[in-house]
Design a protein around this ligand. Structure first.
Ligand code: F0G
Length: 354
């Protein structure tokens, strides 16, 4: 088996890669597609998760960022800029440093998961917190990139979408065809746009079929579902705390033309799915990611997703990115014992681990 060389190399025939494009790579992509054996049986479906937390910076953003940063470098840019709820900035900072570019990131004050902030710090990005939310930050960086010599690497940059569409290719390759249903969290709506583009391109080339696209916003930031901009979005899933998605129209188009839907899940449903997935299947994904699992549960109950369907849920980011939410949503704390084997045995016999 040959060694995986990263997305620009592996999928160059589907990507805007030419002889001048630097073959930037942190060996992103090739993430696991894991079958949820216990939950599939419980729910009466054939459910899989695409574990994007296995990417180099722990989220799907690496797929788009490798392409966007390579093109920025190819075009002679020296600086990249982005707004972020945390994962985009971690990926931008990593690929920026790998490519030798200056990375400027703009984040909403106090609403970034700890691990994501630690990543931006470690990768050496210049970090600015604004007294506003993600949508405000995006407005600022869009304007700045129009007047300053900096490259915007948010998903309004079309190269981001190009890189991210490769996840759809990998799913088709792993299953031999597209699944019946693709379930995905929706924040700024770039990723659902990218997957839909990927499924369509692969289908044209390899007749892999098309899935129903089912996207899930968090209830407190469900702008697309409510069909109105939400000025003060709020959700425990800070990754998708977005009230005015940039790719709004494309997300609606993907849902409508695939016979799917954009829906929302509550914070309680997200937390329930977050815990269920970790405890039942041994997969720890960040809260925003678990909007997909919560969405599958919701639409199995409503009958919109049919029993027996083959479903892939996208787990967009690694659970380790947000230890604070993990610790605050679970009440179990480690039991402190004296350093004594007999006392320890007494405790486990008593069933503290049951
Ligand atoms: N899941 C995670 C873990 C995310 O970080 C994001 C977006 C999404 C889902 C939603 O994807 O925006 O393409 O619809 N995070 C962006 C960021 C906004 O700044 O990291 P989307």
């Amino acid at each position: 088996m040959s060694r995986w060389k990263g997305l620009l190399h592996e999928y160059k025939e589907f990507l805007p890669v030419n002889e001048n494009t630097p073959m930037l790579s942190l060996n992103e992509g090739n993430t696991p597609l894991i079958r949820l054996d216990t939950l599939s049986e419980k729910w009466g479906v054939d459910a899989y998760v695409k574990v994007e937390g296995a990417n180099p910076t722990g989220s799907f953003k690496d797929r788009g960022m490798v392409m966007a940063v390579a093109k920025a470098k190819e075009e002679g840019s020296k600086t990249i800029i982005c707004a972020s709820t945390g994962n985009t900035s971690a990926a931008a900072a990593a690929y920026g440093s790998r490519a030798g570019l200056r990375s400027i990131i703009v984040i909403p004050e106090g609403k970034i998961a700890l691990g994501k902030l630690a990543q931006a710090v470690m990768y050496g990005a210049e970090i600015f917190e604004i007294e506003g939310n993600f949508d405000d930050a995006l407005t600022i960086v869009r304007k700045i990139s129009e007047v300053e010599p900096v490259t915007l690497v948010n998903s309004v940059n079309p190269y981001r979408i190009e890189g991210q569409k490769t996840a759809a290719f990998e799913i088709c390759d792993a299953l031999g065809k597209a699944p019946d249903v693709l379930v995905i969290p929706v924040g700024n709506a770039g990723n659902i746009t990218a997957y839909w583009k990927g499924f369509k391109e692969y289908n044209e080339k390899k007749q892999t079929g098309l899935p129903e696209m089912r996207g899930f916003e968090a209830e407190g930031s469900a702008a697309i579902v409510r069909n109105e901009i939400i000025p003060n979005p709020e959700t425990i899933a800070t990754a998708i705390r977005i009230g005015n998605p940039a790719s709004w129209k494309q997300a609606v188009e993907a849902a409508e033309s695939s016979n799917g839907a954009i829906d929302y899940v509550t914070d309680d449903e997200i937390v329930e799915a977050y815990q269920l997935l970790a405890r039942t299947e041994g997969i720890f994904a960040e809260p925003g990611s678990c909007a997909s699992i919560a969405g599958l549960i919701k639409q199995l109950k409503s009958g919109e997703i049919k029993k027996g369907a083959q479903v892939v849920c996208v787990l967009t980011g690694n659970g380790l990115k947000d230890p604070t939410t993990a610790m605050s949503t679970i009440s179990v704390k480690p039991t402190v014992l004296p350093n004594d084997e007999a006392v320890f045995r007494e405790h486990i016999r008593g069933g503290v681990f049951q």
